[in-house]
Design a protein around this ligand. Structure first.
Ligand code: N01
Length: 536
């Protein structure tokens, strides 16, 4: 046991003011810790502050995409529709900040540029872009999994004389596409949401697609008042339901293999899921991500939908994906495929016609020079580890997190919350937690509660230093890998595997066992006096 001898500016320093940061600051404050939050944006919101691109929506259902720890908070907020827009979710987060009275604990427009663990004084020194350094005992990354935008290294970006944007770093001012020739590069969730909306405004829209995607209708609708009232009156059972389902929100998941039903039965099941929209489709059978054969039935159903929607046969074929359905993040759309029936919309397959360079006027592929007024990069993120690496975090003996995790190819954590040789550093929904495979607010509540309990438990013992032991990290990493290796996720290139980033070898730093199993393991760790951690 050691007394904390060196004075720090704060006990806890939290980076990020999105869902994680807001709840973390609130919980730490309520636990009696002195806490300070820092955020690079000018206000709260996290990814929902930055992702203002046209058509941005959430694909978790609204009534589940919120905090459920407080009856009062839950009752006071009213969602308008099944899938809320970015604007509405951002308003929700402003409302949360106000209700929990946490904004006063944040400093905005303060970006972390480096953080060092001071072995001697057992504290974190965190440096900001404005040359200010602060110290804290506990350093908490509430930076999310998708906050480092990936602008691919295409040469000539600086030469382009029109305007270009990244969906994850969208300007606050409205972008006007009217009478403009527009390019969208990328067809993941962001591109698929933005493309139909931009097409409505633009004079012409050219979509540069590298990998065709499976998109299933979102089927968004406005909530009825009575329904919302009943939901508000039922917070505790809704919370229970969320905490007891794999995805952290109820779906119509059917515990049956696609291969146990006849072709006709499957068609009916998929058709029903297609109509209901959202996560009903990827959870129509329980082995879609395990069995290649089962997966092929869903993939084939969607390809047939694409062919029957897109009028030009060649374009339809170009839009038909081949990878394992849902092994990349499932996409829910609102009129994506239909957009390609419009005469002013063109599809360019960059596998056939790679982008060579951006010129003053547009995009030069190996075949054609396309002129544009505006280019939208919907090219995703350096997911999971990018937002952590961006902070240049250094643990014991000055080792950086990048070195520790071999540039993201050998990520190892304990429960996604901590890693060895980085004492008193905690991640909310970090690598090897179920995070990105589930409804985030639930994962965040559970992770923040776990970290708070860990710190309080340590305090009760009269200690302040917390470190995870190497064996716990190795064992957890092995467990994550063992489960993941049963799935098709690891056989598919995606931002999950990190292979969307040039020259990165495949890894899969996500716990796939589902949220109830994860929570059970964490609860057991708590019961066993936080086994895997040592305090001093
Ligand atoms: O990013 P992505 P995203 N040249 O990585 C292509 C969450 N999210 O921003 O597939 C040409 O999925 C790339 O091609 P490929 C959600 O978790 C949620 O769309 O790598 N193309 C791909 O088509 C989601 O999964 C919501 O071959 C290039 C696209 O860009 C995650 O964020 C909404 C390229 C990137 O797709 C990320 O989604 C939005 C290049 N050099 C986002 N580099 C909702 O809640 C990349 N691409 C609904």
């Amino acid at each position: 046991m050691s007394e904390q001898t060196h004075q720090t500016d704060y006990e806890v320093l939290v980076v990020g003011a999105g869902f994680s940061g807001l709840y973390a600051v609130y919980r730490f404050r309520e636990a009696g810790l002195t806490v300070q939050g820092f955020e690079r944006a000018e206000d709260v919101g996290g990814v929902w502050h930055w992702n203002r691109y046209p058509g941005a929506k959430c694909d978790s259902e609204s009534i589940y995409y919120n905090f459920t720890f407080s009856e009062d908070l839950y009752r006071k907020w009213t969602w308008s529709s099944r899938f809320a827009s970015q604007k509405e979710i951002l308003s929700y987060l402003h409302f949360v900040a106000e209700e929990l009275d946490v904004k006063k604990h944040f400093q905005f427009q303060r970006e972390v540029v480096a953080a060092f663990y001071d072995d001697v004084n057992e504290l974190w020194k965190v440096h900001f872009s404005d040359d200010v350094t602060v110290t804290a005992k506990y350093f908490i990354a509430a930076t999310g999994c998708l906050s480092k935008a990936n602008v691919p290294p295409i040469s000539g970006i600086d030469q382009f004389e029109g305007e270009w944007y990244h969906t994850g770093d969208w300007p606050i001012e409205e972008v006007d596409f009217k009478d403009q020739d527009v390019a969208v590069i990328g067809t993941g969730s962001s591109g698929v949401q933005a493309i139909p909306v931009i097409a409505k405004e633009a004079k012409s829209l050219t979509v540069f697609q590298r990998t065709p995607q499976y998109a299933v209708p979102a089927n968004n609708y406005v909530y009825e008042h009575d329904y919302i009232d009943s939901v508000k009156n039922d917070r505790s059972s809704i919370r229970e339901l969320m905490y007891s389902t794999r995805l952290g929100m109820p779906t119509d998941r059917r515990e049956v293999s696609a291969l146990d039903e006849t072709k006709e039965q499957r068609e009916a099941v998929y058709e029903n899921a297609w109509t209901k929209g959202g996560f009903v489709f990827p959870t129509a059978y329980n082995d879609l991500l395990i069995s290649e054969e089962s997966n092929a039935t869903a993939a084939s159903f969607i390809r047939n939908k694409i062919r029957s929607t897109v009028q030009d046969e060649d374009v339809a074929e170009q839009l038909c994906p081949e990878y394992y359905y849902a092994a990349k993040r499932p996409i829910f759309d609102s009129g994506y495929y239909e957009t390609f029936n419009q005469p002013h919309v063109t599809l360019v397959d960059v596998k056939q016609e790679p982008i060579e360079v951006l010129t003053k006027t547009g995009i030069q592929t190996t075949k054609t020079l396309y002129d544009f007024d505006k280019i939208v990069f919907a090219t995703g993120y350096d997911g999971i580890t990018g937002s952590l690496f961006k902070m240049n975090i250094h643990g014991r003996n000055g080792q950086s997190l990048q070195e520790h995790w071999q540039n993201g190819e050998a990520v190892q954590t304990y429960l996604g919350v901590a890693t060895n040789d980085f004492p008193n550093f905690f991640m909310i929904t970090g690598p090897q937690s179920p995070s990105v495979l589930m409804n985030m607010p639930v994962a965040i509540e559970q992770h923040v509660d776990f970290i708070t309990d860990l710190i309080l438990n340590t305090r009760e013992k009269g200690s302040t230093n917390i470190e995870v032991v190497q064996a716990a990290v190795s064992n957890w990493s092995k467990e994550c890998k063992t489960i993941a290796d049963y799935t098709l996720y690891v056989k598919t290139d995606s931002w999950y595997t990190g292979t969307n980033i040039e020259n990165r070898k495949s890894r899969f730093p996500i716990f796939v066992g589902g949220f109830p199993m994860f929570k059970q393991i964490c609860d057991q760790v708590i019961q066993n006096e936080f086994e895997g951690f040592v305090v001093s």
